[in-house]
Design a protein around this ligand. Structure first.
Ligand SMILES: C[S@@+](CC[C@H](N)C(=O)[O-])C[C@H]1O[C@@H](n2cnc3c(N)ncnc32)[C@H](O)[C@@H]1O
Length: 480
């Protein structure tokens, strides 16, 4: 029975999701479809885009062909991202986030291993519309499906966390047909945020409008049409751009993917050459989808399907990038970048370890993971605290810091450490690198000396944390 009474009618940008469903319904009805999406017909029909009904007329033959091209690209990209999801799941990833999920029915149509959690993020209206159609179709998802109604230009990481996304576990992210609708700064921020929430082993698949698509479709862009809402396209050097955001990117063109799926394009290749360095840069990275090598693009065949892997663990990505970026920075920025990196590695090595394991003595000395955090918290206070209070560091406090009490949990110790680091940064900000303060033994100490000592001491203890962590659960290295 149709549940139409309370159904929201498609409008604005989310109406495009119904158009995508229409294309998928038509593909599903083909004799040898690239995928089967049995729910697509229900979404399309409920949204007034019945595939059996004639399409709205186009301005001319050229416009009609352009839109056929869009429909074709939707089919190819759907198959491309289905494959990426299959590979991610085969590699052990059990969290999926569909950004701008629209009428994506992968939760219902793909095979998911037990314990897979799939988050669908979109604004409230399309999710409500989708829920009404799903009720009407009486279908059950094949994984744990969680909807997250939020605008992706707002605090969506907060909403995703509240919905249960666990950033310490790997995630496969999909942004399909979404980024073209977001302005450049929102695209940039979205990719930064996804990177920050991507544990090691995560990956992402995204599509962007091919270069020049905004210009090509401008003349068809009647008010309210999808093209009238397109604002972003693939940048000149997508791999370089994503590289600056800490992602290893692999780009694919519609033409070569279509050929690989047995649907070769008949239109001639464009003529303009792609920027010279694309093929070199793309070839540098291994092929994460297993689709094999490909030739790089000419302009109308520019890549618009991209797979990404975060280069570093999410907690270390930005500090480590800062270290790399500091390679020609001032002395002070360089010292700060290195110290912050070691601080972050310490937190990364200890976070997620149980309170019991963190307090376990695995060495003859009192060195434990929890003790290392507690000790370095006192060290931060003793050295940077000296800048605001020369009498800091009562004798013996550093030694006592190795002793744990019942109140010392991993979370409370890390919170105290991160607070101490924040206070250190604040205290240091008021001084120049050559400024000196009194010290009972030295008898004066410069901020430069404090930085170098803190890098040395923090790095030494992080090395201890590496060893204790390896003895605890076998994890090794700064990123392990
Ligand atoms: C063309 S549809 C693609 C839907 C889906 N990814 C698919 O391929 O079936 C674009 C989707 O992006 C969503 N979207 C666009 N801007 C958004 C925003 N700022 N916040 C959340 N979702 C957004 C729309 O609501 C719509 O569902």
């Amino acid at each position: 029975m149709a549940d139409t009474a309370n159904r929201v009618e498609p409008s604005g940008v989310w109406a495009t999701a119904v158009g995508v469903a229409r294309v998928r319904a038509m593909e599903t009805a083909r004799e040898r479809p690239l995928f089967r999406d049995p729910l697509a017909l229900a979404f399309a029909t409920a949204g007034g885009r019945d595939p059996a009904a004639p399409s709205p007329p186009h301005a001319d033959e050229a416009a009609r062909r352009r839109w056929l091209g869009v429909a074709f690209s939707i089919v190819i990209r759907t198959k491309f991202l289905d494959d990426l999801l299959d590979l991610a799941v085969a590699s052990g990833v059990r969290q999926v986030v569909l950004l701008g999920a629209g009428m994506d029915s992968r939760a219902f149509r793909m095979d998911w291993p037990a314990q897979t959690r799939l988050f669908e993020v979109d604004t409230a209206e399309p999710l409500a519309f989708k829920a009404a159609v799903l009720r009407q179709e009486r279908v059950a998802p094949r994984c744990e499906r969680i909807t997250v109604p939020v605008d992706l230009r707002e605090d969506w990481p907060g909403a995703l966390a509240a919905a249960g996304h666990d950033p310490t576990r790997p995630t496969v992210w999909i942004a399909e047909g979404l980024l073209i609708y977001l302005p450049e700064d929102a695209v940039q921020s979205l990719l930064e945020r996804v990177g920050a929430l991507s544990a090691a082993g995560s990956r992402m698949g995204l599509t962007l409008g091919t270069r020049g698509v905004l210009e090509r479709f401008r003349e068809d862009a009647a008010a309210g049409s999808p093209a009238s809402m397109w604002v972003s396209e693939t940048p000149q050097d997508p791999v370089g751009w994503l590289d600056t955001l800490g992602w290893d990117a692999q780009t694919f063109t519609l033409r070569e993917r279509a050929a690989a799926y047995g649907r070769p394009m008949r239109t001639p290749r464009g003529r303009t050459r792609a920027p010279a360095d694309w093929s070199r840069r793309c070839a540098r990275h291994p092929d994460p989808t297993g689709h094999g090598a490909r030739r790089q693009p000419r302009s109308r065949d520019a890549p618009n399907m991209i797979t990404l892997r975060p280069r570093l663990h999410r907690a270390l990505r930005l500090p480590a990038l800062r270290v790399m970026q500091a390679s020609t920075a001032s002395e002070r920025e360089t010292l700060e970048a290195f110290l912050d990196f070691h601080r972050d590695v310490l937190v990364h090595k200890v976070r997620g370890v149980s309170d019991q394991d963190a307090a376990r003595r695995l060495l003859p000395s009192r060195t434990t993971l929890a003790g290392l955090v507690k000790h370095l918290t006192v060290v931060e206070r003793n050295w940077f605290g000296r800048l605001s209070d020369p009498d800091v560091s009562p004798a013996g406090e550093e030694d006592a810091s190795w002793v744990l009490t019942d109140a010392d949990t991993v979370e409370s110790l890390l919170a105290a450490y991160e607070r101490a680091c924040a206070l250190s940064r604040k205290a240091a900000a008021g001084y120049a690198i050559d400024d000196v303060v009194a010290h009972p033994d030295l008898p004066q100490v410069s901020l430069r000396w404090i930085y170098i000592h803190m890098i040395e001491e923090t790095a030494r203890h992080v090395g201890h944390a590496d060893i204790v962590r390896e003895l605890t659960d076998g994890a090794t290295g700064a990123l392990g």
